[in-house]
Design a protein around this ligand. Structure first.
Ligand SMILES: Nc1nc2c(ncn2[C@@H]2O[C@H](COP(=O)(O)OP(=O)(O)OP(=O)(O)O)[C@@H](O)[C@H]2O)c(=O)[nH]1
Ligand SMILES: [Mg+2]
Length: 348
């Protein structure tokens, strides 16, 4: 999973990036940093920890998240911003966007989280408008020259144009958010988004944030989370207990929200050589899930032997759960559930 961290200059993006990656990227002292920070972190998952203690495998592999902290946005509302174009190029490959809004005082300037979110959303819309208009102009030209055009694409893009002109992000348009025809354009406002309210030292409950479709809100105290992330896990837990911050570290919370936003679930493969977590979209059938591991397993799929994580834990071992008949053989269309432990049977 790839997540892009965006926001206005000085909103605390790099601070949050450091909290999420236990990193030490340079915090800006004013002005706009133009350096992108990229970091990969494993997805904390207690189930993988436990499976690993059970199987004592040679390798334990967690799912991972890639974060890109792309630097501050120009929110001038102008159309021609070459610097932002460079920045968007880093956001386009992301599966979802994390939008950081400043909810702390800076240099005597009061927090402006809600309007800041609006400004950034407008920039996403503007960037998409440029792409959609360009493509539509291209199609019109082809039409004039008597070339065959893709009507469905044309209709979809016209629909997008209308929404964007009405200042609506494309993620609120279910056709646009999910259409494979539009995937190639990597439209920014079509990506699911997590608004992160970066609170000051005082933990203020967020109120009055209506969330449109494919949008979620999370509150963090970026500065504290960064400081806690830089301690050892044990020390961090002790300190966290005495602070007015969420009991769950931001590092875990942001990932949990992102999984929910993207509708992702995990299944596991286990064995003496490797215990591993795999990420799929909720609703994926067994044969397609096998393809996440290897295309050969998908092609040669015979059956999936499935045991629910909870059943394994309850009975203490795979063999015990199997004795109770809890390990099932499922066919290609079985919808893989979060926490399934799967052994794929296939031939090549
Ligand atoms: N009080 C307070 N200050 C914060 C918090 N998060 C960030 N800051 C401060 O805000 C300033 C900017 O933080 P950065 O994390 O560099 O912000 P940024 O969004 O990465 O900035 P650019 O990359 O320049 O756009 C620094 O002085 C931080 O110490 C917070 O949660 N509380
Ligand atoms: Mg920064």
């Amino acid at each position: 999973m790839k997540l892009a961290i965006i926001g206005l200059p000085g909103s605390g993006k790099t601070t949050l990036f450091n909290a999420l990656t236990r990193g030490h990227a340079a915090i800006s002292a004013g002005g706009r940093s133009r350096e992108a920070n990229i970091g990969v972190v494993k997805v904390p998952d207690g189930r993988v920890d436990l499976l690993s203690t059970m199987y004592e495998p040679q390798k334990t592999i967690y799912a991972y998240v890639e974060y890109a902290d792309v630097g501050g946005l120009d929110s001038s509302g102008e159309k021609d911003k070459p610097l932002d174009e460079k920045l968007w190029a880093l956001v386009r490959p992301a599966d979802a966007i994390v939008l950081v809004a400043r909810n702390f005082e800076t240099g005597g300037i009061a927090p402006t989280a809600r309007p800041d979110i609006g400004k950034v959303e407008s920039e996403l819309i503007l960037a998409d408008l440029i792409v959609v208009e360009k493509r539509l102009a291209r199609i019109e030209e082809d039409k004039k020259r008597g070339r065959k055009i893709d009507e469905e694409e044309h209709n979809l893009l016209s629909m997008c144009l209308t929404a964007l002109e009405e200042e609506k992000p494309l993620r609120s348009l279910s056709e646009a958010a999910s259409s494979p025809l539009l995937r190639g354009f990597s439209l920014l406002s079509a990506k699911p988004i997590l608004w992160v309210i970066n609170n000051g030292e005082k933990y203020a409950k967020v109120e009055g944030y209506e969330t449109p479709p494919n949008t979620m809100v999370a509150e963090v105290c970026g500065q504290l989370e960064m400081e806690l992330a830089q301690l050892s896990p044990e020390e961090s837990e002790v300190f966290r207990g005495g602070l007015e911050v969420d009991a769950e570290p931001a590092l875990q919370r942001i990932i949990r929200y992102s999984y929910a936003l993207l509708g992702l679930v995990s299944f596991f493969t286990v064995g003496k050589d490797e215990v591993r977590a795999w990420t799929i979209v909720k609703g994926t059938p067994a044969r397609k899930a096998a393809g996440v591991i290897h295309s050969d397993i998908e092609k040669g799929f015979i059956r999936a032997e499935v045991l629910a994580y909870g059943d394994l834990v309850e009975h203490g071992s795979y063999a015990q759960a199997q004795k109770k008949g809890l390990a099932r053989l499922e066919g290609r269309d079985y919808i893989v559930q979060d926490g399934d432990i799967i052994n794929f049977r296939f031939n090549v």
